[in-house]
Design a protein around this ligand. Structure first.
Ligand SMILES: NC(=O)c1ccc[n+]([C@@H]2O[C@H](COP(=O)([O-])OP(=O)(O)OC[C@H]3O[C@@H](n4cnc5c(N)ncnc54)[C@H](O)[C@@H]3O)[C@@H](O)[C@H]2O)c1
Length: 361
């Protein structure tokens, strides 16, 4: 008998975690919920899930210990709050919330619950990002003061259903202007800086591809951290172009890093303490000495998992936190630190890039 009975709400994205739930022996997937019966049955049939629900509250009352919330973004908070109020552990998809009011509701529910909350920011677990975090923690970049994160993914094809109806992405992601989906870029970078963003200034390129949407084709969110460091986040879900899954860079007083942009490019790094000349080396030259254990000998399931292994590690690490009563690696405060700057950016871009304070939760 597994120690944690898991339910998933939102079958399409939720099914990305089923292999990980199966591989983590302390968990068992017992239920799936989706209001779309075709999506529900496809996932439950394919994976042999015993219990199916079209009503979320009914699944919460069915005896599950943990829920993976993988529904449209504006539902993450109401569904997370409903679970936390029942003492059910929550692993929530990104972003944590879609309004500042929701952030307050989520914070209050997480603080008052006996259960744990984690944001499933899977990009934090990508192999290069985990290694860069370790190098920062070993002091090899010196004092860090500039970073970039980019999510450049043409997802126009997801904005309407096959029969032409607008999807949730049409409203939550591109139906407003600003850095509406920034946590994949900002999350890993904030794990390097270990301090929150205090000011945001956001500008955009204007709309050139599809006038039906309100988001600028490219949005730039400039973030200042408490110590004065600068983080530049680019979000582009509209431009006509091939996909680059993610890009990051980091600059410190003793080193710098530039991620791969794909197409044969390699992640490259220069660290003053490890180079006689000022020239690039492969990031992975440093893996033997500095790669954290989770990526040293990853299980096959992690190597097979989507998003560079992230879809495995979010489950593995959250289950460890729950069973050992530890702080989840991306807890409620991290979730808000990753999410709130993007919400403030919506007001900043409306004010032509005015620098605005980011509320401290
Ligand atoms: N971390 C990542 O890499 C990543 C990747 C893809 C999607 N996501 C996130 O996953 C979430 C879902 O994205 P998607 O692409 O799977 O969307 P989707 O539209 O394909 O699926 C959403 C599902 O939620 C169901 N749903 C809607 N309202 C519901 C309700 N009240 N109760 C139960 N089910 C309900 C829908 O019927 C649908 O099946 C989003 O938050 C998105 O940001 C994250």
């Amino acid at each position: 008998m597994a120690e944690l009975k898991v339910g998933i709400v939102g079958a399409p994205r939720g099914s990305s975690f089923i292999a990980a739930i199966g591989a983590v022996t302390e968990t068992e997937l017992v239920a799936v919920c989706d209001i779309n019966e075709a999506n529900l049955n496809r996932t439950a049939d394919h994976h042999g899930v015993p219990n199916r629900f079209t009503e979320y509250e009914a699944m919460l009352e069915s005896g599950i210990d943990m829920v993976v919330v993988s529904t449209p973004m504006s539902l993450h908070v109401p569904q997370s709050v409903a679970a936390l109020e029942r003492g059910i552990h929550v692993l929530s998809e990104v972003t944590a919330a879609t309004t500042l009011e929701q952030c307050v509701q989520l914070r209050d529910a997480a603080v008052n619950s006996s259960a744990k909350y984690m944001l499933s920011e899977n990009y934090c677990y990508m192999r290069p990002n985990v290694l860069v975090k370790s190098l920062v923690e070993h002091g090899l970049f010196g004092e860090i003061y500039f970073a970039e994160g980019e999510y450049v993914h043409d997802v126009k094809f997801l904005h309407h259903t096959a029969d032409g109806k607008p999807t949730w992405r049409y409203y939550d992601q591109v139906g407003k202007n600003g850095c509406t989906y920034g946590t994949h870029s900002l999350g890993p970078v904030l794990q390097w800086f270990k301090e929150p963003v205090v000011t945001v200034s956001c500008v955009g390129s204007g709309i050139h591809t599809d006038p039906e949407h309100l988001i600028d084709d490219t949005v730039l969110m400039n973030c200042k951290t408490a110590s004065g460091a600068l983080i530049k986040i680019r979000l582009d879900m509209m431009s006509n172009r091939p996909h680059n899954m993610a890009y990051y860079s980091l600059q410190g007083t003793k080193g710098c890093y530039e991620a791969s942009r794909g197409f044969g490019d390699q992640p490259k790094i220069w660290l003053a303490d490890h180079s006689e000349k000022v020239e690039w080396r492969s990031l992975y030259d440093f893996a033997d000495e500095f790669m954290p254990d989770i990526w040293k000998n990853p299980p096959d399931e992690a190597k097979r998992a989507g998003h560079g292994g992230g879809d495995y590690f979010v489950i593995r690490e959250f289950v460890d936190a729950v069973l050992n009563d530890m702080k989840p690696p991306i807890d409620i405060w991290d979730a808000l630190n990753f999410t709130v700057p993007g919400l403030v950016s919506e007001e900043s871009i409306a004010q032509n890039g005015a620098p605005l304070p980011v509320p401290n939760f």
